[in-house]
Every structure is written in C-alpha cells, then in structure tokens.
Write a protein that binds this ligand. Sequence first.
Ligand SMILES: Cc1ncc(COP(=O)(O)O)c(C=O)c1O
Length: 453
Amino acid sequence: MAIAAAPLSNTLNESLILGFSNLRQARTERPLVISRGRGIFIIDEDGKEYLEASSSFYCAALGYSDERLIEAATRQMRQMPFYTSAQHRTLPVVMELAEKLASIAPVPDAHIAFGTTGSEAIDFLMKFMRYRNVERGEPKRRKVISRWGGYHGGTMMSAALGGAKTLHDAFALPMEDHLFVSQPDFLNAGQDGESEAQFLDRLIDELDQTIVEAGPETVGALIAEPVSFSCGFVIPPAGYFARVKQVLDRYGVLLFNDEVVTGFCRTGNLFGSETLDAVPDCITMAKAMSAAYIPISAIAMSGAFYQDLENHSDRHGVFAHAGTYSAHPVGAAVSLEMLRIIEEDSLLDHVRGRCTTFKARLGRLRDHPLVRDVRVLGLGGAVQLVSETASEGATGVSGGIAKALGEAALERGLIVRITGPNAVIAPPLVITDGEIDDLFDRFERALEDAGKS
Ligand SMILES: Cc1ncc(COP(=O)(O)O)c(C=O)c1O
C-alpha cells in the first residue's frame, strides 16, 4: 500500500480529531498549524508569529526554544532512551528526580509516584486513595469531592472530577462516587449584601453538609486546584484552604491539591499550595514540571499516606500498579534540568520580579468598559468581560465578547485562553518586562477590535 504524501498547507484535515474543537470545523477548515517556536513566540505554517500568552494550556514555562532542555533530552536519549520503572528496576535519572521532587514538594515526608500526563496522575492518585482506604479497613471511602467549574483532565475519572455537568452528560460519565461543591468565586457567586467572610462561611457550611449528607465514612478526599485556571482564574478568599482543611480533618477526609497548572513557580512560589497556605496530603503535578518538552507527571504523597500503600503492598507481596511510560527517563531528565534551571537561573526571583509589570498592565484594563473584573496572582491572571453567557469552566463554551476577543487577539498575533467570559493570561515564565508590554499592547488592541465587532 502506498503511503500518502504529508499534508500540504492548503489541504484540509480529514483524519485528525482535535479536542476542544468543533469536529466539523476541524475537518472542513484548516486549523491553525504551528511549525516553529522562538522564545515565548510560536510561528505558524505561513510564517505569522504569535505571542503565546497561555503557554499552550499553561505548559511551556520556558517558552519554545530552550537549548538546555533540548540538550538534556538528547543526552538521555543517547545514554538510555527508555526503560520501564517497575518490577524493582529503574534508572538513576528517575531516582534522582524522585529525591529532588520529594525535597521540594509541599507535603510532609513526601514520596513520589510518576505518570505521563496530568490526567494520569489524577487517575493514579484516586486509585491509590482507594488502595489506602482498603488497607485501613475503610473500602467504602471512595467518594471524592471536587468543585463545579474545575478541570482535572480527560480520562474517565479525571473528567468525572471536572465540574462541567454538560461534559458529564455528553460522555455519560460514571458519576456515582463524585460530589461537588461551589467554587470560591466571590465575584460571581457571592449573594447580594453578602460580605466575602460571609460567603466563605457559606462555602464551608456547604462542604460540611455535603460530607454529612453523603456519609462521612464514604468520602475519601477533596480535590482542588489552588487557583482554578480552568474556570477563569478563581482566587479563593484568604483563609479558604485552612477552613476547608478543618472540615476535612473533622471527617477524616484528605485534601488533594491539583498542581498540574499551578506547580513550578506560576503563582510566585514553587507550588500554588504555598501561595494559598494550603496543607495538602497529596499533590499532582505535570505541565511545567518538564516545561512540556516531553510529557511526565507525578504525585507527591505524604509519608502517612504512603505508609498505608507500603503496608498493603507487604500484605499482598506487590504493589500491583505501573504505567509503561510512567517515569520515562527522557521526561525525568528534562524535568531534572527544569529543576536545575529553576535553581541556577533563579527562575522564582525572575517570576517575582516580573509580577509588578504584569500586575500593573493587567490592572490598567480594569476601567475598560468591556471589562467586569481583572484578577492576578504571580504570573497568571484573567480579564472577565461584561455581560457574558454562562460558562461551565473549561468546556470550551464561551460566547459574545470573550469569543470575539479571542479571535481578535489571534488576528493581532496573541494567544490567550478564553474560558467562558474570561480571558486567562499565563505567559511563559521566562517572559521579560518588554514582552509583557508587548503582550498587553496586543491585548488592548484586540479588546478595541472586539468592542467594534
Ligand atoms: C488543573 C489540571 N489538572 C489536570 C489536567 C490534565 O492534564 P493532562 O491534560 O496533561 O492530562 C489539566 C489539563 O489542563 C489541568 O488544567
């Protein structure tokens, strides 16, 4: 059989299914095809350059042409391109990364398990939680609380944890072990006359009631993004996580922080849990962990959580779990290099240093007639637009001005993440002050364009 020629730039896309896209449109209109990257810019097949202000799904922390990451991957490829870490076998690079992550993860006495993607880390963690609870004689503790509007991935379990009802229904997801509570979104969910402190009290009551109604003996954990990027960059009120933890502790329910987006400097600390004063039992991480040059993800679990896994594996002789590509050595080498860059190039200081310009330029948009609110934390933020249609977070449902803004921005050579009525901005962490100005100059022009459309 003859192998068809590679697609030309004027051909359509008959075979490739694109996620978070309209499938008919993806098949009948040629999508944006990216051919190269340079610093924080991406370049399409026609040579047009875009400032990637969402770091491509919040991943590309070092932009698109970091030579050290490329070198680290190449070195590891040459030395040992692959071997599965399982069956009492592994590689030095994997052990080194685990040690390093355990020393920086914001969980006490951390132990590390690897995966390949963010969704996989979430799925594995849910499986580990069940294993732990079986070991503790509480096999019924399977239910997990997550928050409406959140996003935790695309596999069955991680999608069910996501807070988009339309998505649960559209994919007929198995929802029997899932409970939901509100996002800590005072601006959009606060009631008339309610103070932020009263709003927080109401959320805490809601959480308590949800656990009591479900039966505390059936609830295993609550999972939350420290800052929910997926539903438009929701920053919880001060003290939120401490109050949540008090409730969870009362019922023996664990706190899992999904740091897939917030991990590795985005919020101005190494992990979002630190920024938000959260003390999780376990965290998941991916994306910026390897700056996305190659997929790798991880779970950091507390020593106490780990001990139950070890006890159970002793009882059965084996921890019957693995992923062929989990802890891929090339991913581990790239991630280790990323951690070296964070330390040696003082990436955290660089991020903190850029926050002033970033915050000032984002803040300037507050008075624009199309803008309802701006939010910012670290090198991430969002612009919420006025009078928009309702959103269910990262379902891709957005309309009106936000949609027009996304399109206008693209025209202006800028990529932001539109989610519901929000434009989320989270550029590569290596962005300079001059590039931040460039980003917001383009954004302001796109906003004007959107206003006219
Ligand atoms: C907070 C969060 N968790 C988990 C995931 C899933 O990660 P992945 O797409 O690598 O499976 C995502 C993806 O965007 C995410 O934003």
